[in-house]
Design a protein around this ligand. Sequence first.
Ligand SMILES: Cc1cc2nc3c(=O)[nH]c(=O)nc-3n(C[C@H](O)[C@H](O)[C@H](O)COP(=O)(O)OP(=O)(O)OC[C@H]3O[C@@H](n4cnc5c(N)ncnc54)[C@H](O)[C@@H]3O)c2cc1C
Length: 451
Amino acid sequence: MAEVPSKSVSRAQFGSPGLAIGLLVLYAALLMLPLVIAGMAGTRGPEAFARVAAKNFALVATTILFMQAVLAARIKQICRHYGLDMVLRFHKAMAVLAVTLLIAHPVLLSLGSGSWRLLTSLDMPWPIWFGRTALVLLLIQGITSLWQRQLLDFQVWRKLHNIAPVILVLGFVHSWIVGDDLESPMMRVLWVVLMGASVTAYTLHKFVWPMTRKSKLWTVVSVKPETHSVWTLEFEPPEGVEPLQHAPGQFNFLTLYRGDERYDGEEHHFTISSSPLQGQTHTSTIKSSGDFTSTIGATKPGDQVAIQGPYGSFSYVLDRPSSKYLFIAGGIGITPLMAMLRHMRDTAADVDVTLIHANNTQDDIVFRDELDEMVDGDAPRLKVVHVLDKEEWEGVTGHVTRTLIADVASEDLADYEIYVCGPPVMMEKIYRMVLRMGAREARLHSERFWL
Ligand SMILES: Cc1cc2nc3c(=O)[nH]c(=O)nc-3n(C[C@H](O)[C@H](O)[C@H](O)COP(=O)(O)OP(=O)(O)OC[C@H]3O[C@@H](n4cnc5c(N)ncnc54)[C@H](O)[C@@H]3O)c2cc1C
C-alpha cells in the first residue's frame, strides 16, 4: 500500500458554491451600478431613445472592460470557486458582449442624432479619435482571440493581448472627456475606482506576482523519460515554501529557467500528474507537441522553474462522490486522470474505475507499468483498456466506440461520473456518444489542453 495520506483534499478547500453565486451577483450589480448612477445624477437632458441606449451600452461595456483585467489576473480567491478555465471562458464571453455593445454605441448615437458624421467624418476632435482607436484595437483583439488557433501562434497572440491596457486608457480618456454621464462626481469616483482596480490587477498579474515567483524558484529534481516523446519533471519547493496543495487533476503554470535564451521565461500550462499526497515534491508529465515542449527532454535536474497554481476544477474530489467512474483519455490527456487514480490509490478509495486510454501505438502509452500495478491492486478497483489506432496488436484497435464503452463499462452510463481529457475532436465525439448512452451532463467532466 502506498504511503499513508498526510493531508486530505476537500471540496471546501477549493471553493464554495455560495461564494461562486455571490461573486456573480456582485459582478452583475457592478455592471448595473453606472446605469443607476447615471439615472440618479441627472446629467443627461431629454433625448432620443437610441442615444440613451447608446450611452447605457457604453457605460456597461466600459465597466466590463475595466473588470476584464481582474478576471484575467488568475486571482485564486476568484478562480477557486469556478476553475480558471471557466473564469477565462466568462472573460471571453464578456469581451464579446462588450465589443458588441461598443460597436452599437456610435451607431445608435448617430441614429439618435440623425447624422452619420460620427461614423464617417475624419474631422473629429481627438477624444473621439481616442474612442475610435480603442474600438478598432478592441475589434482586432476580439477577432484574434476568437480565431486564435486559425490566425496566430499562441505566443504571438498572447503578446498581442498586451495591448489591452492601451485600449483601456483610450476608452477611459474618451469617456471621461466626451461622456455626459462622466460630469457626475459620483460617476467619476466610480470610474477612477474601476480603473484603479483594473490597473492594480494588471500590474500584480503581469509584473509583481511573476517577480515574486522568480525570487522563489523551485528546482527540477528529476527528469524521467516516460516514452519516446514524454517526460516527467519532478519539482521541489525552495527553502521555506510549502509543497503545492492541490486537488488531483488540477494544473499549474510552469516557467522554466534552463539557461535557454529562446524559452526561459515562457509560461505554459501543465497538469500536476502526481498525487497530492506525494509529499514534498510534485510532478508534471509533458509531451513534445510543439516548439517549447519539444525541448522538454533537455531539462536537467537542478534547472529552475517558476510555478503558479494550482488552478482548474477537473478533479473527482471537487465533484459529487460516486462509486463508479469512467475515465477516457486520449494520449497525454491521461495526466489529470492519472493524478486522480494515484490519489484514489493513496487514499485506498472504495471505488470502481474503468479507464479507456486511446493512443496511436504501444510506444505512446504513458504510465503503462504503473497502471498495470494499479489494476493488480485493491483500491481503486481499476479496469484499464488500451485502444490503439495506428498499430495492430492483440488488444483493441481503432477508435473509442459506443460498443467498446458498453462492453467495458455499461450500455447505460447514468450512474457513472465521467471524466474525459484528450484531443479536441476525440473529446467532442466522446461527449456526444456518452450523452446518447444516458450519461448525465452534470456528471460529465472534461479538461481542455488547448485554449
Ligand atoms: C489546463 C491544461 C493542462 C495541460 N496539461 C498538459 C500536460 O499535463 N501535459 C502536456 O504535455 N501538455 C499539457 N497541456 C498542453 C500544453 O500546455 C501545451 O501542449 C503546450 O503549452 C504547448 O506548447 P508548445 O510551445 O510546445 O507548442 P506550440 O507549438 O506553441 O502549440 C501547440 C498547441 O498548444 C497550444 N499552446 C501553446 N502554448 C500554450 C500555452 N502557453 N498554454 C496553453 N496552450 C498553449 C497552442 O494553441 C497549440 O494548439 C495542458 C494545457 C492546458 C490548457
